[in-house]
Write a protein that binds this ligand. Structure first.
Ligand SMILES: [Zn+2]
Length: 199
């Protein structure tokens, strides 16, 4: 319990421990005294860990299975990228590898690197430049575009062969949302304040 003075009417009042996301109003004039921040650290960590699990599933499980007569071909995310390289689409393969696989993984690793020490109150070297890198990485994550491309490809290929989306497609689709939630849970102002850097 701590005391706070209303900045509108100067009434001093006790503020009990408050649930995250709620706000306290002055008992006399109704002015908002204090807003409890939603627990950014726990939420970011939870979404990030969920994201890493989904990422593991998306990379290891079959992505698409294509059946056309006697031909039955199965691909994973990585074998898809490998196929692009083998077909000479080096630029496209590198872009897919970078924007859909490496950048999201790096983003999640950075979130763990920043938020686990914040959670357990430990200082880690280089967290300021790493967090700065994280803020630049968002522009390089294009998983949702890739997902859209996959959906278009499935619809088009469905006319020629039987396409069976694998578990990895579902995991990848969920990962797009989970990673968005993880990134939007980051309270940038709080992180910079805790790291002692300038935003
Ligand atoms: Zn008041």
């Amino acid at each position: 319990m701590h005391q706070i003075a209303c900045h509108a009417c100067d009434l001093v009042q006790d503020i009990p421990p408050m649930p995250a996301g709620s706000s306290a109003c002055c008992t006399r004039c109704g002015t908002v005294l204090f807003r409890a921040k939603v627990n950014s650290i726990d939420r970011t960590l939870a979404w990030t860990i969920a994201g890493l699990v989904l990422y593991g599933v998306a990379v290891t499980f079959p992505f698409l299975a294509m059946k056309s007569g006697p031909i039955n071909q199965q691909t994973t995310l990585l074998s898809g990228v490998q196929q692009l390289y083998m077909q000479g689409e080096n630029v496209l393969a590198s872009l897919v590898l970078l924007t859909c696989l490496l950048v999201p993984l790096l983003q999640m690793c950075i979130l763990l690197f920043i938020f686990i020490p914040l959670k357990i109150n430990v200082r880690v070297n280089n967290s300021i430049p790493v967090f700065r890198l994280f803020q630049h990485l968002n522009a390089w994550s294009m998983m949702e575009i890739y997902l859209l491309g996959i959906l278009v490809a499935i619809v088009k290929l469905a006319k020629m062969a039987t396409i069976v989306p694998g578990l990895a497609v579902v995991a990848f689709g969920l990962l797009v949302f989970v990673l968005t939630f993880a990134i939007s849970s980051v309270d940038t102002h709080m992180v910079w304040e805790r790291l002692g850097g300038e935003s």
